[in-house]
Write a protein that binds this ligand. Sequence first.
Ligand SMILES: NC(=O)c1ccc[n+]([C@@H]2O[C@H](COP(=O)([O-])OP(=O)(O)OC[C@H]3O[C@@H](n4cnc5c(N)ncnc54)[C@H](O)[C@@H]3O)[C@@H](O)[C@H]2O)c1
Length: 348
Amino acid sequence: MVLYKNDIAELKNLISSHTKTFLLLDENTEKHCLKVLDFIDFQNVVKIIIPSGEQNKNIETVKYIWAQLIGNLADRNALLINVGGGMVSDIGGFAASCYQRGIDFINIPTTLLAMIDAAIGGKTGIDFHGLKNQIGVFSQPLAVVILLEFLETLPERELLSGLAEIIKYGFIVDKTFLDAQLQKNPVNLVNPVFIKKAIEVKNEITCQDTTEQGRRKILNFGHTVGHALETYLFDTRDSLKHGEGVALGMLSALFLSEKYCGLNHETTLYYKNIYRKNFNRFDFGKLPVDELVEIMRHDKKNTDGNIRFVLISDLEKPVYDVVVKPEDIVESIKYLIDYLNDENYWGK
Ligand SMILES: NC(=O)c1ccc[n+]([C@@H]2O[C@H](COP(=O)([O-])OP(=O)(O)OC[C@H]3O[C@@H](n4cnc5c(N)ncnc54)[C@H](O)[C@@H]3O)[C@@H](O)[C@H]2O)c1
């Protein structure tokens, strides 16, 4: 259930039907986001504050959350409200789903990426052994509450990270998301119409296929190479935001789409322009392409040791479970690096 500002009464009803309410925040959302939640009676909630960032989406932080729940006598009818970006909703959803075999949780996303993607659909989890989202469960939030005011304090780089996922929806589901990203004047990143539409896309696809047996897989467009880059650069000076990885990964996926699905080259050129208009020209130096392919071997979409991609045969025509040969993956990453290094293109 997705609730908006007009539905706050409904949210209050959900809260009051539980024995105790816990608010999970990271250090930034504690600082910036509590003021938007002035309808919550803070006297009667327990705040759990965790350190921010992907490097803390791990078992140590989960243990801390569980210890706080136990220490404050959370019973099976307690409620955990996750107030934050995808890091908080992923880890909070996971912690809640395992605590006493599962307590209710609500997601109140505070980043663009979490509003239109991470907080919706019931994927919860943590990183483990250097692998992203390796441990987790599918578990649906009781509700997802969308309040756009949170975006006022969100840094631009985080907004752009969310925009990448909106652009992804443009390629796989609804091309009306796309042209606006090429307009001459910078697109207003907080575009309520696009945000609402993107939420509907994610909600519709994930409700139809809650455990990713079929069509939901299309949402991983750009994620195979994107996750590998994010994982490889994790904790380095060049670490990537989730959406930045996806934005880069989509170019590799389009290269492969031409080769495997007959996509026309104009669509790739169109994306290159969208990328240049909106995202950073990263300089990664030398990337160990074979190591990236090794990381992809752990991707959860794989079966039988094959690396599977989501590709497109045209705009709005995604194809999932495409087995791609390692040598072609290497080519697609080289294509991406050549694009970022092309002085003529970026100089124009
Ligand atoms: N479960 C899913 O379906 C799904 C989908 C996509 C991504 N994800 C996961 O989501 C995570 C990325 O989410 P994210 O991009 O939201 O990152 P994030 O949660 O790390 O938030 C980004 C940064 O913004 C700060 N922040 C959050 N809200 C703020 C606000 N309103 N004002 C100021 N600062 C604020 C956070 O403290 C953090 O430093 C990754 O772990 C990714 O794997 C999950």
